[in-house]
Ligand binder design. Structure first.
Ligand code: GLU
Length: 318
């Protein structure tokens, strides 16, 4: 019987892939392929200000170089497209219409400065803003007046409810949406659809059953599960993989050019990169070169390290 696992790569083309992205992509690929599942490649170019076609092209090329293949999207065909978020506007508009028909959307006129005003906006422990609902109860007159001055964003009302789920790597999670997040933006004031909305709409439309991504997105998952409920989709299983930290504890980011795929490819072959990552994540006891396909034969989530990973000095030498 064919496996029903459908995983996805969902890169944002806002920079070249760096080592942390490659690690997430490798685990995503291994999880799907070791279960005989399929993979979708969706380019998350939803934010026009940050996305570049050139980066999308390089991401596709770098994944191919690593031997991490996919079955749908970007050069592979498929019937659930388009596979670029910038081409999916009608699908997101339809989702917003449905949420609006439920009476759950409202325009928010708060400026950035107002949102950061701590006296009105409490902060979660990690410094994230919790929206206090200031624009939720504006009357029609106030809305009309504010509309004349500012383009609003659109927020989705959240219930006073704790959303629970079990992450495949991080274990049981719980978040009260009202207390720890507040009503959240589904369309920005510049008209761009929000990541939270787009990712859920697309994962439902593309039949995704398994989401493997960086731990920085663990905290978004309760919002996404709430959207699944509203939009009537079956939530996927989640694996939030450790973040890769520099030896001094800083998080590696796309700004770390010496560990992006351009710099890595200048020094290593695909199997050397994968071998070192397999060692780092706990999949192998040696950092010797290895092909992705060979790793899939013995892959098990039980072997993947759960804590954030410090990049040992010298593993990827510059
Ligand atoms: N596009 C997001 C990123 O590159 C990932 C979204 C997701 O996996 O849900 O950070």
């Amino acid at each position: 019987m064919a496996s029903s696992v459908v995983g996805r790569f969902a890169p944002s083309p806002s920079g070249r892939m760096h080592l942390g992205n490659v690690m997430s992509a490798l685990l995503c690929w291994l999880s799907a392929r070791s279960a005989g599942g399929r993979l979708v490649l969706r380019i998350e170019d939803i934010d026009p200000e940050r996305s570049r076609d050139e980066y999308a092209r390089l991401i596709v090329e770098d994944l191919r170089f690593l031997g991490l293949d996919w079955d749908e999207g970007e050069g592979a065909g498929g019937t659930h497209g388009p596979y670029r978020q910038s081409e999916r506007t009608p699908v997101y508009e339809e989702a917003l219409r449905r949420l609006d028909a439920m009476g759950l959307l409202y325009p928010c006129f708060c400026s950035r400065a107002e949102l950061h005003d701590v006296t009105r906006a409490p902060h979660a422990s990690d410094g994230r803003l919790i929206y206090g609902g200031r624009c939720r109860n504006l009357n029609a007159h106030e809305r009309a007046e504010l509309s004349a001055r500012r383009r609003p964003s659109l927020r989705l009302c959240v219930p006073d409810e704790t959303i629970r789920f079990v992450d495949g790597l991080c274990g049981p999670q719980a978040q009260n949406l009202q207390e720890e997040c507040g009503d959240f933006i589904v369309r920005r004031s510049d008209g761009a659809f929000a990541y939270q909305l787009a990712v859920v709409v697309d994962d439902i439309a593309m039949g995704v059953t398994q989401v493997v991504r960086g731990r920085d997105l663990l905290d978004s998952t309760p919002r996404q599960l709430y959207l699944y409920r509203l939009l009537g989709g079956q939530p996927p299983t989640y694996y939030h993989v450790p973040l890769l930290l520099a030896p001094d504890g800083r998080r590696l980011s796309k700004r770390e050019r010496d560990l992006d795929m351009g710099a890595l490819r200048a020094r290593y072959g695909a199997e050397e990169i994968l071998g070192r990552l397999a060692f780092l994540t706990g999949l192998r006891e040696t950092a010797a070169p290895v092909e992705a396909r060979a790793l899939a034969e013995t892959f098990s989530w039980s072997r993947v390290r759960r804590d954030n990973l410090y990049l040992p000095e010298g593993l990827f030498k510059s």
